[in-house]
Design a protein around this ligand. Sequence first.
Ligand code: 5AD
Ligand code: FES
Length: 363
Amino acid sequence: MSVEEILNKESFSKEDIVLLLSSNGEDRTLLFKKSSDIKEKYIGNKVWFRGLIEFSNVCGKDCFYCGIRKGNKNLKRYNLSDNEIITAARFAYENRYGSIALQSGELESSAVTGRIDNLLHKIKELSNGELGVTLSVGEQEPEVYRKWFEAGAHRYLLRVESTNRDLYSKIHPDNKKHDFQRRLDCLRSLQEIGYQTGTGVMIGLPFQTFNDLAGDLIFMRDFNIDMCGMGPYIEHADTPLIKYAGTLLPLKERFDLTLKMIAILRIMMKDINIVAATALQAIDPIGREKAVKIGANILMPNITPGKYRDSYKLYDNKPCTDDSAEDCQSCLEARVSLADAEVIYGEWGDSKHYEKRRRGAEA
Ligand code: 5AD
Ligand code: FES
């Protein structure tokens, strides 16, 4: 079957997706044209901001790919004070960002549960309930997720990283803290509690095949996710996976593959929120804008206080670690207009998919 024929199908099979991921030349242009038309039709040429606050790089886990893993001793650990977090949230509110995203390394403890609960209440208070809050603080017990939901968090991002269990076990230690099934259970409980639930994968991991990536997209469709954040895998010198650096696809190909994953997902799930991941920009200076053009609709300007940014290095060559929040905003705004899109201020920018899913559940 030709790429053109596949693109006209109602629903893609795994084989179709593998073919689309391998497309080049005119076929690739057709794929991007289709995804960008769908974005325009279902979402418009719009982008919503989530002000990203990377509030701590302390992590209890040891994922083999991640620069802030517990085992990395070449890293200064930090933890923002509540005041610093609140100040960043106020910046987002005053600049009419619809939402913020609170992200950190993974820790499970009653102290962390209580702290985030308290922060959520404060953030809701300072913004008259107007600022939307996405959490991205990893695997937690269902009652913890519920507590935070009740305190006002309404979106949660938990990347599954890879849905191929074998691959998952190659990029994580083999122990209870890094259990694939728990990751799935967490995603399910987030969805049941009522969060807009987001997941995503890394693209271009060692050992990863196009078949794996096609499986990841099918998982997202079958799981009925509301949001997706996926980006290229970028090696980090102080992690165990660095020993496979020689086996990876060239960075430019990982980048291109990420754009194709975004485009295919946009065609498969027309009304979900898709983030243009920061890791794209580590490879191409206008990488995120390219993603916006072919299907992404969410950008996450970094509003973490500048002095900490250098320490939240998940991968090498992370961009914008010297900028201030103001720099990030004006830079992104200019960039978004380059992608012929418009930033929408003062709105949550919820995924329409979520509204439909909830309505369906009530009916
Ligand atoms: N390259 C790209 N993305 C990474 N992440 C962690 N380490 C890397 C890396 N080396 C991503 C993971 C995680 C998110 C916060 O950052 O997908 O879920
Ligand atoms: Fe922190 Fe994986 S290393 S969650």
